[in-house]
Design a protein around this ligand. Structure first.
Ligand SMILES: Nc1ncnc2c1ncn2[C@@H]1O[C@H](COP(=O)(O)OP(=O)(O)OP(=O)(O)O)[C@@H](O)[C@H]1O
Length: 254
């Protein structure tokens, strides 16, 4: 089980003042949702947590060890990221793409084994894209490509799953299936940390919420404490109507 913590972390957004340092503890079993308006820094935070961008200040610890002191290969065995956008310049099938998730587990030039292949195929099956395994990814629809990206993360099998708007391009049924899958991963003591734009998906599936404000303010905590209509209205500059359905808050624009 792996725990990712941030100590006095300030992400580096050009021209943005450093306001609230983030002291987050992303624990096994938790599902985090990061909410905030466009340009607030959700992707920058995710890339910083993944070690792809330097923070302005503060540090990241993986099980108490500073991220920079851990071999990159070890980091990628323990933590993986689904990007918001991807480039498919290199022609590869859905199966070959999913198999990239095994790279952190292989030595240089080592071929994938039958077991690696089975892991990738199980992930494609779980994301309902196994029937597309021999298709070139640049021929897939947006939702199909998104599911292959999540299947690649599942193939990587890290303990910390970072996802940038994982429900982008997905229809309602696949949004629900993906959120259920993420909760199942958390139930297996993995940690899930994702950026979302859909308040209702966050309310239904996340147990921890981080709100990022354009002026650099931030607050975080259990979803039931954070998903308060007035706080969300000020976050998004949008009046909201809310109700409770099946034990979960639901928000619609007012
Ligand atoms: N290389 C860069 N140079 C200048 N500004 C940048 C750079 N990279 C990101 N930014 C700015 O940093 C801010 C945060 O961007 P980021 O992509 O993290 O936002 P976001 O919250 O993920 O937005 P969205 O909801 O639109 O995906 C934005 O204002 C963006 O324009």
């Amino acid at each position: 089980m792996t725990r990712l913590t941030t100590e006095a972390l300030i992400i580096d957004i050009p021209g943005r003042a450093s306001v609230v340092p983030l002291n987050l503890a992303i624990e096994p079993g938790q599902v985090w949702g990061v909410l905030g308006p466009n340009g607030v820094g959700k992707t920058t935070l995710l890339h910083t947590l993944a070690g792809l961008r330097e923070p302005r200040s503060g540090q990241l610890l993986l099980d108490g060890t500073p991220l920079g002191n851990i071999r990159r290969k070890t980091v990628s065995q323990r933590m993986g990221l689904v990007f918001q956008d991807r480039q498919d310049g290199f022609p590869a099938t859905a199966l070959e793409t999913a198999l990239i998730g095994r790279h952190p587990w292989l030595s240089p030039w080592q071929m994938e084994s039958g077991e690696d292949l089975a892991i990738a195929e199980r992930a494609l099956e779980a994301l309902d894209v196994i029937h597309l395994k021999d298709r070139l990814v640049n021929t897939l629809s947006g939702g199909e490509r998104q599911r292959v990206a999540i299947a690649t993360l599942m193939t990587q099998s890290p303990e910390i799953w970072l996802l940038d708007e994982p429900t982008n391009h997905l229809d309602l049924q696949h949004q629900t299936a993906v959120m259920k899958l993420l909760r199942q991963q958390a139930a297996c003591d993995r940690a899930v940390f994702m950026c979302l734009h859909d308040l209702n998906l966050a309310a239904r599936w996340c147990d921890q919420i981080l709100l990022l404000y354009p002026d650099g303010q931030a607050c975080w905590g259990p979803a039931r404490d954070m998903l308060v209509t007035s706080a969300l209205e000020s976050l998004f500059g949008q009046r909201l109507l809310s109700a409770e359905l099946d034990g979960f808050p639901v928000f619609v624009p007012g």
